[in-house]
Design a protein around this ligand. Structure first.
Ligand SMILES: NC(=O)c1ccc[n+]([C@@H]2O[C@H](COP(=O)([O-])OP(=O)(O)OC[C@H]3O[C@@H](n4cnc5c(N)ncnc54)[C@H](OP(=O)(O)O)[C@@H]3O)[C@@H](O)[C@H]2O)c1
Length: 342
């Protein structure tokens, strides 16, 4: 068994890592840290784990987190993570980070997007962008991995088959919708249930931090890609990222069948990507590591939809998929289970 540590253990992505790792055949969580819960039992904070995990939270001590473990998942906020990684110091233990601190390669794009996070160029160069369906070989050889953002995962998976075929002309338009768990466990006026439950609005239009990483990843497939037009929306669902992407079809005139064939061909060997016969649905992928895609078109536009669970394929599930690759384990280990109905 590989010995796993989780840092930032009181949050939503950590609770999802714990849920998924309880059933993992090759990983065992042996350390979990938390500033606010140090000394408490894990099942006290995450009650659904009662009788399934026998562990207490430790202090968030950077110099101790890598001791006697084979891999560390970092589930801290952006801004906090980079300083924490610096404080860990040199280590051979792979770090799999869920924050945005090490996702962007270009220094000026990083400084503009995450001004609160120091660049730390040497450390940054040790991180590979962790979207397995696109960067599997790099992840296998990586020292450390920066997992994609949840919006970015949904958007990149929707557009990649078309970028790979150089079919994206102009700025692709990406309309993202997130559930409230995307903002983490601490309630604010925009995430508190009574405030949120009957609301649905756009936010961060054209300024959201995930747009540059969507562009960075797709640009590896289509080098002349224009910047992404990205508008996120906040919805009343708890889990889920729903993406609707629009690609100019006036030159290519791809039929709906041809658009769907592009997706089927590009992802033909991918277990976690499913091409649906009808528009993707967040309810179908909730609590799973699947990303469900669908496409249609007319002579003007190709429309692609994708649905993922933000905490699974958009965070903890994808991070475990990455860890499986790092240890050369079957990529689907511990992740191949269906959703629920209802
Ligand atoms: N939620 C999602 O859907 C999602 C998806 C993809 C990526 N992510 C990323 O994953 C990371 C964790 O997200 P989350 O949703 O789990 O957030 P969260 O529920 O707010 O949890 C973050 C945890 O970080 C710790 N923390 C907060 N401020 C800290 C500080 N100043 N110093 C040290 N520790 C601090 C807290 O843990 P303790 O008090 O327990 O120490 C907290 O429980 C973030 O970077 C987020 O952007 C989230």
């Amino acid at each position: 068994m590989k010995r796993i540590a989780i840092i930032g253990g009181g949050g939503y992505t950590s609770s999802e890592l714990l849920r998924l790792l309880v059933g993992h055949p090759h990983f065992e969580v042996v350390r979990i840290t938390s500033r606010s819960n140090s000394g408490r039992r894990v099942s006290e904070v995450h009650p659904f784990l009662e009788s399934l995990i026998d562990l207490s939270f430790e202090e968030n001590e950077p110099n101790l987190v890598t001791r006697d473990v084979d891999l560390v998942f970092l589930a801290l906020p952006h801004g906090v993570t980079a300083s924490f990684v610096k404080a860990i110091g040199p280590t051979e233990v792979p770090l799999v980070d869920l924050s945005g601190d090490f996702r962007l390669n270009d220094p000026s794009t990083h400084n503009h997007t995450y001004p609160e996070t120091p660049l730390l160029s040497d450390l940054r160069n040790e991180f590979v962008y962790g979207l397995p369906e696109l960067f599997r070989d790099q992840i296998r050889k990586a020292k450390n991995v920066a997992c994609p953002g949840c919006f970015a995962t949904g958007a990149i998976l929707a557009l990649a088959p078309f970028a790979d075929a150089n079919l994206i002309t102009g700025s692709p338009i990406v309309d993202g919708k997130t559930g409230s768990s995307g903002s983490g466990a601490s309630a604010s006026s925009t995430t508190h249930h009574p405030e949120r439950v009957e609301r649905f609005s756009a936010y961060g239009a054209l300024t959201h931090r995930h747009a540059p990483e969507i562009h960075q990843a797709l640009n590896e497939l289509q080098s002349d890609l224009k910047p992404i037009t990205f508008v996120p929306h906040s919805t009343p669902m708890v889990r889920g990222i729903y993406t609707t992407a629009y690609i100019d079809n006036r030159n290519h005139k791809l039929s709906p069948e041809a658009a769907r064939e592009k997706i089927a061909d590009f992802y033909q060997d991918e277990t976690f990507i499913r091409l649906r016969p009808s528009p993707s649905d967040c309810g179908v992928v909730a609590r799973t590591n699947f990303a469900d895609l669908w496409a249609t078109s007319n002579n003007e536009v190709i429309v692609v939809t994708s649905a993922i669970d933000n905490l699974v394929k958009g965070a903890a599930g994808q991070a475990i998929q990455v860890a499986n690759l790092i240890f050369d384990l079957p990529e689907t280990s511990g992740l191949l289970f269906p959703g629920t109905r209802p």
